[in-house]
Design a protein around this ligand. Structure first.
Ligand code: NI
Ligand code: MN
Length: 225
C-alpha cells in the first residue's frame, strides 16, 4: 500500500493497481499548486464529508477518470445527479471492494455542501487492503467511538487531523492514537489556512514523548506500508 499526501486532507492510496483518492481539494490549495489535478489517476474517490475543502475537485476528476465516488448516501446522491458513479454507504457499514474492505465510521463534525445543502453526517474510513489496515479519521473531534475500531481491526497506520480549530489538535490526536491502538500516525488537515497552522517540530516531539511516531509528509511525498 502506497500513500501519497496531496495537501490538506487529500490523499492518494494505491493498493495493487487500484488508485483511490480521498477528499480531493487540490486546485483550491495554493500550497499544492505543483500537483497536477488532470494527471491524477482515480478508480475510486472516497469522501469523508461534503465541505468544500474535501470535495472541490471531485467533479473534474470523476468525469475524466470515471471513478466511483464512495461516501455517505447524501453525498453519493449529490454526485449521481451530476452523472458521476457512486457507491453509497452509511455509518457502521462495510463493503468489500476489489481493493479491500472499507468501513464508514463515525466522525464528530458537520457536513454541508458549499451551497449550504445537507451533506449527510460526516465520517471516516477504515480500509483493510493488501494485508495493511489504515484508518482515515476525516475531520473529527476526539471521540470515544474511536475505541470501537481496534475491537475489529489491527491498524498499521492512523491518519488523523492535527490542525486544531476545526478538528482535533495535536494533544487530542495523541489520545486518539491511544484509542485506536496505533502508534504510527500520519498527520493531515494542517497548515492550509491560518486557523490550522502548526509547529511541525513541536507536534513531532509531543508524539515522540509518548513513544509515538508522527509522520508529516511534504505535499506530493509518499510513504509505503
Ligand atoms: Ni470539514
Ligand atoms: Mn476540512
Amino acid at each position: 500500500m502506497k500513500i501519497t499526501f496531496l495537501g490538506h486532507a487529500s490523499l492518494q492510496i494505491e493498493i495493487n493497481d487500484i488508485s483511490i483518492l480521498v477528499d480531493p481539494f487540490i486546485s483550491g490549495n495554493p500550497k499544492a499548486s505543483h500537483i497536477d489535478v488532470d494527471a491524477l489517476n482515480a478508480d475510486y474517490i472516497l469522501l469523508t464529508h461534503a465541505h468544500e475543502d474535501h470535495i472541490l475537485d471531485v467533479e473534474t476528476i470523476a468525469k475524466r477518470t470515471s471513478a466511483v465516488v464512495v461516501s455517505n448516501f447524501e453525498i453519493v446522491s449529490h454526485f449521481e445527479k451530476l452523472d458521476i458513479k457512486g457507491h453509497p454507504m452509511n455509518h457502521g457499514g462495510s463493503w468489500g471492494f476489489e481493493f479491500g474492505k472499507v468501513k464508514y465510521v463515525n466522525a464528530i463534525h458537520t457536513s454541508s455542501f458549499p451551497d449550504g445543502s445537507y451533506g449527510g453526517q460526516p465520517g471516516g474510513f477504515v480500509i483493510e487492503g493488501e494485508h495493511k489496515n489504515i484508518y482515515i479519521a476525516g475531520d473529527t473531534a476526539l471521540t470515544f467511538d474511536m475505541k470501537l475500531i481496534p475491537l475489529q481491526t489491527r491498524l498499521d497506520l492512523a491518519i488523523l487531523p492535527i490542525g486544531d480549530n476545526f478538528t482535533m489538535g495535536i494533544e487530542d490526536a495523541i489520545i486518539a492514537s491511544d484509542f485506536v491502538e496505533c502508534d504510527k500516525v500520519l498527520g493531515y488537515h494542517f497548515d492550509t489556512f491560518g486557523y490550522i497552522e502548526i509547529d511541525h517540530n513541536t507536534a513531532k516531539s509531543r508524539f515522540l514523548e509518548k513513544d509515538k511516531d508522527l509522520a508529516l509528509l511534504e505535499i506530493g511525498e509518499s510513504m509505503e506500508l
